[in-house]
Design a protein around this ligand. Structure first.
Ligand code: PEP
Length: 251
């Protein structure tokens, strides 16, 4: 089965209702003439999810959350359940992002529980994995590290329906301001090892996208030289025109 090309963005703790509307107006206008095998997804902060779902209904834009808990209800102040996300209409959820792992001590085990809960609730999952700076350039260790992250995150998932899981390879050393923009060659090796592991574990239809300091300048080479199924873009996709330009330049 063909996996199509996926382009997504995580807004993190950015945007306002007004800026979000400008973003969705611009991006959904672009989507009207977009190739049919392209999939676009966006993860706004929780309070903006209903607005985005309303404003983009029927356009095909995939609207997700940036996190969820593994329980469906209970005494977890400040948390959001996968069941509630599903009920309000969210399509998917981002899990395992490096900022959650680092700033909120999320372990592979915790992420595995969340992945399982989200899929069981009927949400799609974008699962982030990626090694830190100490492994940069060390191919064998990087492969083992990524295999371990995948093995734990997906251990309770016997099979995946097509398009319900996207894996985002995001080396921690490449993410955010101060991150080191990657060379396509170093990304290609990691992506091929992730593909091998995924094929053994679940379903070869799982798209694998690359994220970390994607820009207008490097998007094309990252897309065409790495066998990635798409790009996951952070700060350079907050401006909708730049997001669209990155996609158009890359394909
Ligand atoms: C991210 O944090 O997931 C990310 C891809 O960010 P950026 O593109 O800003 O490096």
């Amino acid at each position: 089965m063909k996996r199509g090309l996926w382009f997504g963005t995580n807004w993190k703790m950015n945007m306002t209702p007004g800026l979000a509307r400008q973003w969705t107006d611009t991006v959904t206008a672009y989507m009207q003439n977009m190739p049919s095998d392209h999939r676009l997804f966006v993860m706004p902060p929780y309070p903006l999810i209903p607005q985005l779902l309303r404003d983009t209904e029927g356009t095909g834009l995939i609207v997700g959350a940036q996190n969820c808990h593994w329980e469906s209800r209970g005494p977890y102040t400040g948390e959001i359940s996968p069941a509630l996300l599903k009920e309000i209409g969210a399509h998917n959820v981002l899990l395992g992002h490096a900022e959650r792992r680092k700033q909120f001590d999320e372990t592979d085990e915790v992420i595995g529980r969340k992945v399982s809960a989200a899929l069981h609730a009927g949400l799609g999952v974008v699962l982030c994995i990626g090694e830190g700076a100490t492994l940069k350039g060390k191919q064998t260790e990087t492969r083992q590290f990524l295999e371990q992250q995948l093995a734990v995150a997906l251990r309770d998932i016997p099979s995946i329906q097509p398009e319900r899981l996207v894996v985002a390879y995001e080396p921690v050393w490449a993410i955010g301001v101060g991150g080191q923009p990657p060379q396509a060659e170093e990304v290609a090796d990691a992506l091929s090892s992730i593909r091998q592991t995924i094929n053994q574990m679940v379903d070869e239809c799982v798209p694998i996208v690359y994220g970390g300091s994607v820009t207008l300048q490097n998007g094309r080479s990252l897309l065409t030289k790495t066998e990635t199924d798409g790009l996951f873009i952070g700060r350079h996709a907050l401006d909708p025109s730049t997001f669209i330009q990155i996609i158009e330049t890359a394909v």
